[in-house]
Design a protein around this ligand. Structure first.
Ligand SMILES: Nc1ncnc2c1ncn2[C@@H]1O[C@H](COP(=O)(O)OP(=O)(O)OP(=O)(O)O)[C@@H](O)[C@H]1O
Ligand SMILES: O=P(O)(O)OC[C@H]1O[C@H](OP(=O)(O)OP(=O)(O)O)[C@H](O)[C@@H]1O
Ligand SMILES: [Mg+2]
Length: 297
């Protein structure tokens, strides 16, 4: 029987939707039953294990699953923890996935904002990431104690459990709602695709080799746009100079006029409204910016 590749993703949380969307965009089909831990792919020899994100690094490092999609914050914390306790902390980082962007930051109550990092000497800092926090404090030569909480870290100072927090931040809304001010970035994170270190099954390796270019293609497509416009022939050089990354645009004749040409190109940069307005001022018309679903070089 052909072996099945197992992939661990977060069951429900900040990474779940985009993890599933990535697999789907790679052509891996699943029918998910929310109550089930395991989902079998109907298109590939792949099983999906849906777990808490904290469990994903360990499952990959112990070889229980072949691949995992997890935030670098959780991954690096687990790696430091395992290294410190002489457990296997090996894995292979395959790809950064460009979602789940956040930062682990120190934050203090608004009233204490002016006192700087030195105020943390002797302080109690609430966090879910004690290893990442201690590494940073050591680098900054600060001696503070961590209070480990697995949730609701942001309420710890108000509850009298800590003087500061070291918590995940994205927009900053959670900190603000709790009267806290971000003072230092401890670690920057995004979702990663990781693989177990000892993988020799040729069927699994073949499947991974099929998936990786698809992951790259999905990411490239996400960052790219297809731009189409009609440009006045005499001003074509000026038009091309305005377009981001337009070294090799396609120029096509238009059926109804020889005064204008159609310009088609793929750009990995955003076409800003300002540029579109400049193009219009040069005499361009029918300017379209379209999303791209898939790309392969
Ligand atoms: N505000 C955010 N914006 C973007 N990404 C985030 C944000 N907060 C967290 N993340 C990323 O998503 C991961 C999962 O966050 P989530 O809040 O869903 O975790 P959780 O509550 O620990 O879930 P679980 O129940 O799986 O343990 C985090 O470890 C981090 O990498
Ligand atoms: O800076 P912000 O945009 O406010 O995001 C930061 C918050 O997002 C995450 O929690 P989430 O909302 O996922 O809920 P949780 O605390 O229940 O995990 C994280 O733990 C922060 O609390
Ligand atoms: Mg978690």
């Amino acid at each position: 029987m052909t072996s099945r590749l197992t992939i661990a993703i977060q069951k429900s949380g900040r990474l779940s939707k985009e993890s599933l969307a990535l697999l789907k965009a790679c052509g891996v089909k699943f029918s998910i039953n929310d109550a089930r831990l395991i989902a079998h792919s109907t298109s590939h020899n792949i099983d999906l294990l849906r777990v808490r994100d904290d469990d994903i690094p360990g499952l990959v490092m112990d070889g229980v699953v072949d691949l995992g999609l997890v935030g670098e914050n959780v991954l690096e914390e687990a790696r430091l923890e395992r290294e410190a306790t002489a457990m296997n902390a090996n894995f292979v980082a395959l790809r950064s996935l460009e979602f789940g962007h956040c930062r682990l930051s120190l934050a203090v109550p608004k009233e204490a904002q002016e006192r700087g990092l030195a105020q943390l000497n002797g302080a109690r800092i609430a966090t879910t990431y004690p290893r990442l926090l201690q590494r940073y404090l050591q680098q900054q030569q600060i001696a503070a104690r961590s209070v480990v909480l697995t949730g609701s870290v942001e309420v710890a100072p108000r509850a009298g459990l800590a003087d500061a927090v070291c918590d995940l931040v994205s927009t900053g809304a959670t900190l603000e709602a709790n009267g806290l001010v971000e003072t230092d970035v401890v670690f920057r994170s995004q979702a990663q695709l990781i693989q177990t270190a000892e993988l020799s099954d040729p069927n699994k390796l073949a499947l991974i080799n099929q998936l990786l270019p698809r992951v790259d293609g999905v990411q490239l497509a996400k960052e790219s746009k297809y731009i189409m416009l009609h440009a006045p022939k005499p001003r074509i050089d000026e038009v091309i100079a305005l377009l981001p990354g337009a070294e090799t645009p396609t120029l096509l004749p238009l059926s109804h006029t020889d005064q204008q040409v159609a310009v088609h190109m793929v750009s990995t940069e955003t076409l800003f409204w300002e540029t579109m307005e400049d193009l219009k001022a040069l005499g361009c018309s029918s300017i379209l910016v379209l999303p791209i679903e898939k790309m392969m070089g």
